[in-house]
Write a new protein. Structure first.
Length: 215
């Protein structure tokens, strides 16, 4: 069984999408076995993602650096929670904090993030939320989309697992573009998790590879 830790800071719509997919409501072929959400963590005590977790009887943990005397103590606590829940995959779903380097090292090749643009463009520090869509519109792009990628030591830099495009319309605002991209996030993030549940993601010489679902 693949135990998943979902980290988020906001309302939790991507968590809802993952839960729905696991129940058979989203992905082609129905629900995928072999995976469960073991814990949901947020740096924000009032985040909707924690309420969604509790409503589905998933352990919900508020964990913030402000609760600890040092960054090292915070990382120790975060790793302890992940280990307690036997985490095999970390999913960043709107997590507005940079994941500490020790956590990235401990879960190397087992952390994924969903980003509301077509990486490698419009990623990096400061590129989150409406800032991303503002940048896409300012660059006069005609397409945007969402990306699920592996997490490494740099912002929005790891190997890309899935991307899906959406059109950028002449009348778009950052909010309207965000509303068009969000359903794409809701589709591709559960699909990426299914890749791990089906053991289709593997590493050779430090490089990420994905087996076809037809194999």
């Amino acid at each position: 069984m693949l135990n998943i830790a979902v980290l988020g800071s906001g309302r939790g719509s991507n968590l809802e999408a993952i839960l729905k997919a696991m129940a058979g409501g989203m992905l082609p072929g129905g629900r995928f076995p072999g995976a469960r959400i073991g814990v949901v963590l947020s740096n924000n005590s009032t985040a909707g993602i924690l309420e969604i977790a509790r409503a589905h009887a998933v352990p919900a943990v508020h964990l913030s650096e402000k609760q600890y005397p040092s960054p090292e103590a915070f990382v120790d606590a975060l790793l302890a929670v992940l280990r307690t829940h036997d985490t095999g995959l970390i999913v960043l779903a709107g997590y507005m904090k940079r994941l500490p380097a020790r956590v990235v090292a401990a879960y190397r090749h087992r952390i994924i993030n969903v980003h509301p643009a077509l990486l490698p463009e419009f990623g990096g520090q400061g590129m989150y939320g409406l800032h991303v869509h503002e940048a896409v519109l300012a660059a006069h792009r005609t397409v945007s989309g969402a990306t699920v990628h592996m997490v490494d030591d740099d912002y929005d830099h790891g190997a890309i697992l899935i991307q899906e495009k959406v059109p950028v319309l002449p009348e778009d605002t950052p909010a309207s573009l965000a509303a068009r991209v969000l359903p794409v996030e809701h589709r591709i993030l559960p699909e990426a998790i299914r890749m791990f549940a089906e053991e289709r993601v593997y590493v050779v010489d430090g490089n990420i590879h994905v087996r076809s679902g037809q194999e």
